[in-house]
Design a protein around this ligand. Sequence first.
Ligand code: HPA
Ligand code: ZN
Length: 407
Amino acid sequence: MLCGITTQQQFAPTMTDFRPTYDKSFDRIAADRLPALLRAMPKAELHMHIEGSLEPELIFALAQRNGVSIPYASVEELRKAYAFTNLQSFLDIYYAGASVLLKEQDFYDMAWAYLERAAADNVVHTEMFFDPQTHTARGVPMETVVNGLHRACTDARSKLGVSAALILCFLRHLSEEDAFETLEQALPYRDKFIGVGLDSSEVGHPPEKFARVFARCRELGFHLVAHAGEEGPPEYVWSALDVLKVERVDHGVQSTKDPELMKRLAKDRIPLTVCPLSNLKLCVFPDLSKHNLGALLDAGLVATVNSDDPAYFGGYMNQNFTETFAATGLTRNRPGSSRRTVSRAASSTRPPGAPTSSGSTPSSRASDRRRRAAPPAAASPPAHRRWLPATPSASPAAPAGAEWRRA
Ligand code: HPA
Ligand code: ZN
């Protein structure tokens, strides 16, 4: 594998050996070769919302298939609406886009489109968030959502050689009671998702609002993650760690405002799943060159690069890597950066059965992966038990205009 990196941040069974090793050859990589290497490198994606992978073309196709009318005349017009000023302005359109999803096949098609795209970017392992409340609130059964997504994950392993897992997210703008109900509805399908997370409007909805439901999920043996410190203050990251007891923090970029928190994250090696193009699109940073990924890495944190909602934020994994490394100067020549910091940002990982570095091109590696694709395991234990821990403008109700109506 390029750079010989192994990391701890994925919930996969290779966790016993997570100590990073750094290949000295990284020092000799010329800056102009870095984009090709970043693209070719096997990667783990640990922060993406599957509903955020719905491309405008697929939104239109599903709307037509399901008889849902959408308030945009064309794909181009819809794409033009993707001019966000903050998280809430994005969420309003993101929830509306999801309202074209009605049937199990719709969820499958959405996930499959993402998984094919991820495979093309040499993503060998992905943990995909899904938001069941967005769908059950519209009368779509939990079974429809989970089965469609899970079938795509199963096919990804056998047909693309990509290992894919699901993380159920609770919507934090809704109540904890609603989250408990969602958990109840999801438990019959507990073998089809590995953990739970927390997403949606952050400010005004601190992690502690969900203390009891996360405690219950912990008892049930699920992995725990939460969005914190995307727009919200460092206090939200502290409470994600200390109240929810999460194993990873999604985003976490506001942590640099609190030196004690930075020390804690570094000491406990809590991974941050950073999403640079998302942060840019949602105006968390004024431009990509001002992104603090380099500062997080320089402080010794485990910070990874991810796409978040790639259809809305202008890039999948490779775009996030290449644009961010170029804009922030994350190469060995960057003042204060080292081989170590660059390597850690790469979040490169090798799940069991994934290809090793062989000097092959990205496309030949993708076809290698398909050849090697493993058949699904026969009688495997429930997913949340199978994958062991790594060591580890808010609206009160659904955002206004969140749903496009069926014609
Ligand atoms: N933040 C919070 N909730 C989300 C996001 C995000 O970036 N994307 C989808 N739901
Ligand atoms: Zn996110």
